[in-house]
Design a protein around this ligand. Structure first.
Ligand SMILES: Cc1cc2nc3c(=O)[nH]c(=O)nc-3n(C[C@H](O)[C@H](O)[C@H](O)COP(=O)(O)O)c2cc1C
Length: 184
């Protein structure tokens, strides 16, 4: 029997990413985010609490980077989820290169989307940035022979809110629709 546990978010675990944006004096700022959403095949939503330092810079630059976190950058990413750019300079947390659309791209992040802000959807306490994907940068080493990210090689770190924990990505179960095809 199921128990109604109230109005609770239950879409965990989900990937975490370091959001990058250019801030003052040509320096970047970085913020760790888990609340992101896929919209269609070309839009990504990034939900940022209004008091965060980075929001102002995303609104000004209208472009951000979504640096998908794996264990190689987790320690630094975690720090960017505690420290606020309003109090400390986070610009040197990562070495970075400017993407073609002008967002800072973390050199050690192996999969990064550079996204242009199309709209900001306001909810209570949050700026929800609706973005379109301008460019995606992938380390050659994580691409398969079809040029697509191989998630047996690149293992995004997952996050879950109820116990506030990072999880390792699991194993492949089966190709999608293989069950459906077997049942035909
Ligand atoms: C695992 C983790 C996930 C987080 N996810 C989000 C998120 O989805 N949205 C958000 O607004 N803040 C999120 N945060 C909090 C911000 O990363 C944190 O408050 C940060 O210090 C804000 O930095 P800023 O003020 O420099 O922008 C998360 C923090 C952690 C540790």
């Amino acid at each position: 029997m199921k128990r109604n546990i109230g109005s609770k978010l239950a879409l965990y675990p989900c990937p975490v990413a370091v959001i990058g944006a250019m801030a003052e004096d040509g320096k970047p700022t970085w913020t760790l985010v888990a609340h992101m959403g896929i919209m269609g095949h070309d839009h990504v939503m990034v939900s940022l609490a209004k008091p965060h330092h980075i929001n102002r810079w995303v609104k000004e630059a209208k472009v951000l980077s979504v640096n998908v976190v794996d264990e190689g950058i987790l320690a630094k990413a975690d720090w960017c989820g505690m420290a606020s750019g309003a109090k400390v300079d986070k610009s040197e947390a990562f070495s970075w290169t400017a993407g073609d659309a002008g967002a800072p791209v973390i050199d050690d992040a192996r999969l990064v989307m550079e996204c242009e802000v199309e709209d900001v959807y306001d909810t209570d306490g949050f700026d929800n940035f609706i973005t379109t994907i301008a460019n995606t940068y992938a380390d050659e080493a994580i691409l398969n022979d079809k040029g697509k990210p191989d998630y047996d090689v690149f293992k995004p770190v997952l996050f879950e809110m109820p116990s506030y924990t990072y999880l390792r990505t699991g194993e492949t179960i089966a190709p999608c629709l293989s069950f459906a095809k077997a049942a035909r």
